[in-house]
Design a binder for this molecule. Sequence first.
Ligand SMILES: Cc1cc2nc3c(=O)[nH]c(=O)nc-3n(C[C@H](O)[C@H](O)[C@H](O)COP(=O)(O)OP(=O)(O)OC[C@H]3O[C@@H](n4cnc5c(N)ncnc54)[C@H](O)[C@@H]3O)c2cc1C
Length: 432
Amino acid sequence: METIVIVGGGAGGLELATRLGDTLGKSARARVLLIDRAPGHFWKPLLHTVASGKCDPQVTQVEFAAQAAAHHFDFVQGEVMAVDRAGRSIELAPRCSDGLEVQPRRRLPYDKLVLALGSVTNFFNVPGAAEHVLTLENVNQAEAFRKRFVAACIQAGERKARGDAAQGQVHVVIVGGGATGVELAAELSHSARALAQYKVHALDPLRDVRISVIERGKFLLPHLHPRQSVRAARHLTSLGIDVLTETAVSSVSPHAVHDAAGHAHRADLTLWAAGVEGPALCGTLGLPVNRINQIVVDATLRAPGDTAIYALGDCASYTCPVKGAVPPRAQVAHQQAMFLADLLARRDAPGGLDFRYRDYGSLVSLGPLAAVGVLSGAVTGRRIQVSGATARLLYRLMYQKHLLALHGMARMAVHTLVDWLRAKLVPPVKLY
Ligand SMILES: Cc1cc2nc3c(=O)[nH]c(=O)nc-3n(C[C@H](O)[C@H](O)[C@H](O)COP(=O)(O)OP(=O)(O)OC[C@H]3O[C@@H](n4cnc5c(N)ncnc54)[C@H](O)[C@@H]3O)c2cc1C
């Protein structure tokens, strides 16, 4: 029986493992094996809600072992360190828990390998960035940011109570005015208010919690229409957030972000959300990569030069002959996962044998009640700008679609109901 190994159980990889398990795994036509360094899956576009304390990842994440048991695939937890293309095997690092080695270094064979490794933060060689900023690549980093934010607010509140007005403030600088930066800034501002309401800190959330978004380009959210970018900037400003566009960051020091014009922006916490690149592993395979280290793939998502290796999502570089390079987005990872599921199950791929990216638009959350974005008609190609409560509802549906791909309609409905009930029972943000 053929073994299909999928490395990475993120937005694309877990959907692919689930679909292939339900088809090939269930009918024993292939062994489907998912490998991830983490024990569970959290949908990355919601990481900003973990960083702001709105979402508890322990409750929301999908445990890989449980998903594997329900969908006829196997799961192995481990970090892939190397791929032996000639021997068709992958090498896993030793697995440790609390400093103890639980499993030694291992090799696992594959007949087909799908790399769905996601991306890592791109610091663009800005001096001090890698050393002094926090990033939002996974649940652990989002939790680390949240804890640092709550602690910084409590400490500043103490200083303020002692009469030290200058130090009685928290300055958060978010570098990058794309979706991640904008969504985090809006959520954080709401969190600061909620934490003040519950007396977790003694700061005035508007005056003392200073949040800035620094963007190099002329507009926030450069992938949207400028009208939507202006709307988003206005909304952030109404929340008390400083929006600095056309500001290039030149270096980062422990307590400040410096821009090219020579200004130093005080930063107790700096979050870098300025761009992504392929993980280091992509560059070690001897396969072609692009300038940001993503594996170049052809229209069947196969790496040229190795008929056994496919790549999808953020770690892959696919250039559509008509629309150009596809962006690193959950929507792309989802479509590529569905395409590969059909291709590997040897059914006809949707729309023919080549992957075709359909841009359905993009939505960006501006906090609990607002969003902006654009919807693109797949058939007519017309683009419709949306904002406000409608956009917010559509934004929520994006996650429902992911749950639907993972769990089917009935379980997706139960998850949604449980989330809704839970939100009624617990405070709006994590308080510790
Ligand atoms: C805060 C934030 C907000 C975002 N908002 C949006 C949005 O609104 N809309 C949108 O379309 N996109 C959004 N994105 C982008 C979107 O999350 C990604 O494009 C999408 O998750 C990519 O899916 P993927 O399957 O390629 O990788 P990922 O979802 O990143 O998953 C990669 C998986 O691979 C595992 N892995 C990596 N390396 C190894 C290894 N060596 N060994 C074992 N396992 C490994 C990781 O643990 C992870 O589980 C957002 C991203 C962030 C961070």
